[in-house]
Design a protein around this ligand. Structure first.
Ligand SMILES: CC(C)(COP(=O)(O)OP(=O)(O)OC[C@H]1O[C@@H](n2cnc3c(N)ncnc32)[C@H](O)[C@@H]1OP(=O)(O)O)[C@@H](O)C(=O)NCCC(=O)NCCS
Length: 166
C-alpha cells in the first residue's frame, strides 16, 4: 500500500456554540466538544484509510478552558501514527471568543483517538503507512508510539489480572 503524507488527510471542522450546547453552569457541555472531536477525527481516519473506519478508543481527552455560547470553535485533526489496521488521530480544539474580535484563539481541548479501518463485514483491514512531513509530525509520531504501547500494555495487564483471579 502506498504511504500517504500527514497533510493528505489533515482536516478541520468549525462550529459556533449555541444555547442548546450548554451545561447547567451555562458554559458548553464537554460532550458537545467530544462529538466535534470524534467527527473531525473520523473524517481524518476515513480520508487516510480510503474508506470506512470506526472509533476503537478515545483517550487523552483534556479540557483546558471553558467554552462559552457564541464562541467559534475549531477542531484540527491529523493522523499521528498508522499501524496495520489502526491509526492514532490527534485533535486540537481552539476557541475564538465571540465578544473579543481579533484576539488569538485559545486552545481549549486536546484528544487522541484510535480508529480502525474496517471492511464490508466490519473486520479490520490494512491502512497505508503515514509519512511525517515536519519535525512536529515526527514528534507526534514518536509520542503516539509511546501512547500505543501504554494503551496495549494496560489492556493486556487488565485482561491478565482477570484471568488470574478466575
Ligand atoms: C475496533 C474493532 C473493529 C477492532 O476489532 P478487533 O477484532 O478487536 O481487531 P484486532 O484485535 O485485530 O485489532 C485491530 C487493530 O486495532 C487495535 N486496537 C483494537 N482495540 C484497541 C484499543 N482499545 N486501543 C488501541 N488499539 C486497539 C489493535 O492494536 C490493532 O491494531 P493494528 O492492526 O494497527 O496492529 C472492533 O472492536 C469494533 O468494531 N469495535 C466497535 C467500533 C465502533 O462501533 N465504534 C463506534 C462506537 S459507537
Amino acid at each position: 500500500m502506498d504511504p500517504k503524507p500527514t497533510s493528505a488527510a489533515r482536516t478541520s471542522l468549525s462550529h459556533i456554540m449555541t444555547s442548546v450546547d450548554t451545561n447547567l453552569l451555562g458554559t458548553v457541555h464537554g460532550g458537545v466538544i467530544m462529538k466535534l472531536v470524534d467527527d473531525v477525527a473520523g473524517a481524518v481516519a476515513q480520508r487516510h484509510a480510503g474508506g470506512p473506519a470506526v472509533t476503537a478508543a478515545m483517550d487523552g481527552m483534556t479540557f483546558l478552558h471553558p467554552v462559552r455560547v457564541g464562541d467559534l470553535v475549531h477542531a484540527h485533526a491529523q493522523v499521528n501514527w498508522a499501524g496495520r489496521s489502526s491509526m492514532e488521530v490527534g485533535v486540537r480544539v481552539l476557541a475564538e471568543p465571540w465578544d473579543r474580535a481579533g484576539v488569538p484563539p485559545t486552545r481549549v481541548a486536546t484528544a487522541y483517538l484510535v480508529f480502525v479501518a474496517v471492511d464490508d463485514q466490519g473486520a479490520p483491514r490494512s491502512v497505508p503507512p503515514v509519512v511525517p512531513e515536519t519535525p512536529e509530525d515526527e514528534r507526534r509520531m514518536r509520542e503516539a508510539e509511546i501512547r500505543r504501547h501504554h494503551r496495549l500494555t494496560r489492556r493486556d495487564e487488565i485482561l491478565a489480572s482477570r484471568t488470574a483471579t478466575h
